[in-house]
Design a protein around this ligand. Structure first.
Ligand SMILES: Cc1cc2nc3c(=O)[nH]c(=O)nc-3n(C[C@H](O)[C@H](O)[C@H](O)COP(=O)(O)OP(=O)(O)OC[C@H]3O[C@@H](n4cnc5c(N)ncnc54)[C@H](O)[C@@H]3O)c2cc1C
Length: 505
């Protein structure tokens, strides 16, 4: 029976898998390229401000409960449900839309804009909810050993959902609603999958159900980085050693087993089992040398949009800004259809803003605000040169200053920009793609890179580009799936209690 596991990468997938395997009594060691844990779920501290680098909220909060329960620990995260779930500003409308889970309240927002909104939304969300419950356990939370097995699972999904396979999310919304505002707002969930609603299949309308009816959206008291901090604390207490500034660059193979991985300094890391939390597609190509994942082939795959992020600290309180805000223009179709394949900066960008100091005042000095601004942009295949990053940042800040009637540039105390070259360089995100491989029907379930290596019996994968996919709760599900595989493949059935003590934030 294997005794030791080496996990490459300390993103949420790697950390959650480490916790589950440690709870089964395995000795766990981790290597991480960056100087601190978390991957995309990271943190910047600068000039008295604290910023979460990537995720700012999540759905399916019960997946975190499941993770800790699986390890015999009480959930140490203070999860706050968002209410309203978010706010949307359109450039040609002064007042923002507040998006409430309560459909009666939401209908009030669309009064005079969408006739019979409540009735239409109920019907749309009913269909989305049925699809969610008909697929969550049957398709998503499953390991597949073959295409036949996947085909058999698909046969268990009621046929009534099949038209959604043939339409895009935008086409489905067009059938259901009349106003541009409702269609645009409901289609924003496509961007959480890292794509436009024109490319995203209508089956993902189930995400509207998760945000508006099911469990809603949550963030973490004290900042999202507390997820990383708490799990790392538990791992350290349980004796897991994490080696930072250590990048795996080469593999040692012996027959059908991995014999070790080599870091940038030539040190060989040996273990019984290995779990890679780096991108499951590009790691196979760039480190494992797989022919199916050469750069040429990786470039032909469908990748999610790249993030352009600004971490901005400002003097003063911004009255009109809420916790989660979308700032959109009035040319949605044209914008979303073209902008992500262009090699120039958008002049009137669409962007998302999270002001975590609104609910976590400790994240900014007194009387100040910390802003996380995210603008989806083309990945490095389409726009390799980001020397014009300041220009895009200024476009965004000028637009936002005007819309909020607050001089962000004049009141700027600190600013850090991550363009796609930073995201690629910091965490090995292929071509700077923010959420990993996209979720088109040819890149999901059994058709996504597997969480078990095709050739080597002691190598596994976890994270956004393997099954089931991207996003915090989905990656946590992925950590369960890979753990189940490892336990089954190696006949491990032990369980040890982890320390119960919860770290203070
Ligand atoms: C800007 C942004 C905003 C987002 N917002 C949200 C959100 O609001 N809600 C949500 O649910 N999701 C969001 N996501 C998606 C979410 O962050 C990811 O799906 C999730 O964090 C991915 O986790 P992962 O396990 O794949 O690990 P990753 O975060 O990819 O971490 C992998 C780790 O492995 C390390 N690594 C890679 N290669 C090597 C190597 N060769 N050697 C050593 N170490 C290596 C990396 O440095 C990294 O630390 C967002 C993502 C981004 C980029």
């Amino acid at each position: 029976m294997p005794k030791k596991v080496l996990i490459i990468g300390t993103g949420l997938g790697g950390l959650a898998t480490a916790l589950r395997l440690r709870a089964r009594g395995l000795e766990v060691e981790m290597v991480e390229k960056h100087h601190q844990a978390g991957g995309r779920l990271n943190q910047i501290k600068k000039d008295g401000f604290t910023f979460d680098t990537g995720p700012s909220f999540f759905s399916m909060s019960y997946e975190f409960d499941e993770l800790f329960a699986d390890c015999g620990i009480d959930n140490p995260l203070e999860m706050n449900e968002l209410n309203p779930v978010y706010t949307v500003y359109f450039s040609d409308r002064e007042k923002p839309f507040f998006i409430h889970k309560d459909l009666k309240k939401l209908a009030k927002e669309f009064e005079g804009i969408e006739d019979d909104f409540e009735k239409k939304a109920k019907a749309y969300l009913k269909q989305a909810g049925e699809l969610f419950h008909d697929t969550e356990n049957v398709i998503v939370k499953r390991n597949y050993d073959s295409l036949v097995e996947y085909a058999m699972s698909l046969l268990r999904v009621p046929l009534k959902h099949s038209p959604l396979l043939l339409r895009s999310m935008w086409q489905e919304l067009n059938r259901r609603f009349d106003s541009q505002e409702v269609k645009v707002i409901f289609s924003l969930v496509a961007f959480f999958l890292g794509d436009t609603p024109f490319q995203t299949p209508a089956v993902y309308s189930l995400l509207n159900y998760t945000e508006l009816q099911h469990d809603g959206y949550y963030n973490i008291r004290g900042g999202m980085y507390n997820i990383t901090r708490k799990i790392v604390g538990l791992l350290e207490e349980a004796g897991v050693k994490i080696h930072y500034n250590t990048e795996i660059v080469e593999v040692r193979k012996k027959g059908n087993q991995i014999d070790g991985f080599v870091d940038q300094n030539g040190k060989i890391w040996k273990s019984d089992l290995y779990v890679c939390n780096g991108d499951a597609a590009s790691f196979r190509g760039l480190i494992m040398g797989r022919k199916k994942y050469t750069e040429k082939k990786l470039d032909k795959m469908h990748w999610t949009l790249a993030p352009f992020t600004i971490y901005l600290g400002v003097k003063g309180k911004i009255k009109n800004l809420h916790h989660h805000n979308y700032f959109l223009g009035n040319n949605f179709e044209e914008y979303a259809d073209k902008i992500f394949k262009m090699s120039v900066n958008p002049q009137k960008p669409y962007y998302y803003v999270n002001a975590s100091s609104k609910s976590n005042p400790e994240c900014a000095p007194e009387g100040c605000e910390n802003l996380f601004i995210l603008c989806p942009v083309p990945d490095l295949r389409f726009k390799p040169d980001w020397s014009d990053r300041e220009e895009l940042a200024n476009n965004i800040l000028e637009d936002m200053s005007e819309r909020l009637d607050f001089d962000l540039i004049g009141n700027r105390v600190t600013q850090t920009i991550y363009d796609p070259t930073h995201w690629e360089g910091l965490f090995n995100l292929y071509r700077g793609s923010g959420l990993g491989l996209a979720h088109g029907l040819n890149q999901v379930a059994a058709l996504r890179p597997k969480n078990k290596d095709e050739q080597f019996g002691n190598l596994y994968y976890v994270g956004a580009s393997t099954t089931p996919g991207t996003g915090l709760p989905i990656v946590v599900i992925g950590s369960n799936l890979v753990t189940q595989r490892i336990l089954k493949d190696h006949a491990i059935n032990s369980h040890v209690a982890l320390p119960k003590r919860v770290h203070q934030v």
